[in-house]
Design a protein around this ligand. Structure first.
Ligand SMILES: C[S@@+](CC[C@H](N)C(=O)[O-])C[C@H]1O[C@@H](n2cnc3c(N)ncnc32)[C@H](O)[C@@H]1O
Length: 254
């Protein structure tokens, strides 16, 4: 990925910062609430008293939850508009404009837990980002990374027939090709969406090449205890039949 991709992606996220806040609000969107947040909390474990980096924090819903769980939170995002919204909502949290691929505002070996919640498929610089996560973690620190499932892209999913639980996914390029994708706006968003497809094995290689050990891996799905949190039957049904994301717990090997 080149410098132009980074600038274009940053400009995109600045443009949609207010739309993003509508999307996630203070509790996360329905996919986060139903599927991935329970897994994220399970993989992160007890964060009370720990220094946690919310990398690519957006407007900060997760940073606020981490702070409520007793973590010392640093939230970073390269989009100034995201950080402006996050700071306006919670001035006492340490929100910084910084790139996950550099983390220039974070000293090496000072973070207990790095969390990147739906960021890796949105960042143009995968390997640099994983290396930066490794650098800032203390010995024995962990990273929890949740990102959109690269095998089942939501924007290319079509339900075949109701009640059958069957989806089809439309691919207009080879799965094995890394590619910058531009998808049309969805829901209330007014801008095209920029994201980066990479095969799942590229993520795994980025983790292990940086020095991480893969400690756990999940494909988050709704569990019976969360059924009542679904806004409507369609969202619940979608969560039961399709994977929206993958979740890794990575350990720093020193
Ligand atoms: C899908 S949003 C997720 C935001 C937040 N983690 C959440 O779950 O609400 C992706 C975020 O990653 C940020 N981002 C993408 N690449 C980044 C990078 N290289 N450095 C810092 N932030 C980045 C974007 O600005 C955006 O806020």
């Amino acid at each position: 990925m080149d410098r132009d991709d980074t600038e274009e992606t940053r400009a995109f996220w600045n443009r949609v910062a207010r739309d993003w806040d509508v999307q996630v609000g203070d509790d996360g969107d329905s996919n986060r609430i139903l599927n991935s947040d329970p897994v994220l909390w399970q993989l992160a474990g007890d964060v009370s008293g720990l220094t946690v980096l919310d990398a690519g924090c957006g407007t900060g819903y997760l940073s606020r939850k981490l702070a409520k769980h007793g973590a010392h939170v640093i939230g970073v995002d390269f989009a100034e508009e995201m950080i402006a919204v996050a700071r306006a909502k919670t001035p006492h949290i340490d929100f910084r404009v910084d790139s996950c691929a550099r983390l220039t505002s974070i000293e090496s070996r000072t973070i207990d837990v790095v969390i990147a919640n739906y960021v890796l498929m949105d960042t143009p610089e995968l390997e640099a980002t994983i290396n930066a996560f490794y650098r800032v973690l203390r010995a024995d620190g962990v990273a929890v990374v949740v990102f959109s499932h690269p095998c089942f892209p939501q924007g290319r999913a079509t339900r075949l027939s109701d009640g059958q639980g069957v989806m089809t996914y439309h691919w207009d390029f080879p799965y094995f090709e890394r590619r910058k994708c531009v998808d049309p706006p969805w829901a209330h968003f007014t801008s095209d969406f920029i994201w980066f497809h990479r095969p799942l094995s590229d993520y795994w290689k980025a983790f292990t090449t940086a020095g991480f050990q893969v400690l756990d891996f999940e494909e988050p799905r709704v569990t019976a205890e969360c059924f009542h949190l679904a806004d409507n039957p369609r969202k619940l049904d979608n969560s039961c039949i399709r994977p929206y994301s993958v979740a890794f717990k990575l350990g720093k090997i020193t």
